[in-house]
Design a protein around this ligand. Structure first.
Ligand SMILES: [Zn+2]
Length: 209
């Protein structure tokens, strides 16, 4: 019940969001929980040590609909758009989805492994899903992300840094950095300086897989 009250406040009054993480449940206060079946256990003893930022919109470039949530819950109607045929049958998810207006949806508890990075490598380690949290921003590579998204993402990151001690400004990267040549999101439109991170693409080149 208390959680419901918190959610109502966060959606009506963005300035008093409560984004604390309950490390027992792995859920973030202020996020609406919409469970995805596309997850499993992290490897035994694995600590969360990376955050991967993504961009997504379905159909690409269209915002505000239910399609991303449907996609992560394996209920996207493939007949509704030609692009949906291309991604039909994919089983993917992310921990969080931050909408253009700053609302947050959580699909996977943080202690579980979400399926967001795919083939990937960071600092010589492959399989970034094992040790990362995946955050999807509603958007595209080349359209500016919204002020609300940057504001909420900053709050989310601060909360994650508090709850998971191996995370800090140096452990936040883009999907483009861990899957170079295969993925481009969150794209050139994402301004890393606005989240206090100055990611250099060159530092990841040696780990291309
Ligand atoms: Zn991605």
């Amino acid at each position: 019940m208390a959680r419901g009250v918190s959610m109502a406040l966060s959606e009506d009054q963005g300035s008093i969001r409560k984004l604390d993480v309950d490390t027992r449940t792995g859920l973030m206060g202020g996020a609406r929980y919409a469970p995805s079946p596309n997850c499993d256990d992290r490897p035994s003893g694995e600590e969360i040590s990376l955050v991967v930022i993504h961009g997504i919109s379905l159909p690409p470039g269209e915002f505000g609909g239910d399609e991303v949530e449907a996609f992560f819950q394996n209920r996207l109607d493939a007949s509704a758009h030609p692009y949906f045929r291309e991604i039909e049958g994919l089983r993917v998810s992310a921990h969080l989805f931050i909408r253009r207006d700053g609302r947050i949806v959580q699909f996977v508890p943080f202690h579980r492994r979400a399926w967001h990075a795919g083939e990937s490598c960071y600092a010589g380690r492959t399989g970034c899903n094992d040790f990362s949290i995946g955050i999807e921003l509603e958007g595209t590579d080349d359209l500016a992300y919204s002020d609300q998204q940057y504001a909420v993402l900053n709050e989310v990151l601060r909360s994650l840094f508090t709850s998971y001690k191996r995370l800090d400004n140096h452990s936040v990267v883009g999907h483009c950095h861990v899957s170079p040549g295969r993925k481009t999101d969150p794209g050139p439109a994402f301004d890393w300086k606005r989240i206090g991170c100055a990611v250099k693409d060159e530092s990841f080149g040696a780990h291309d897989v």
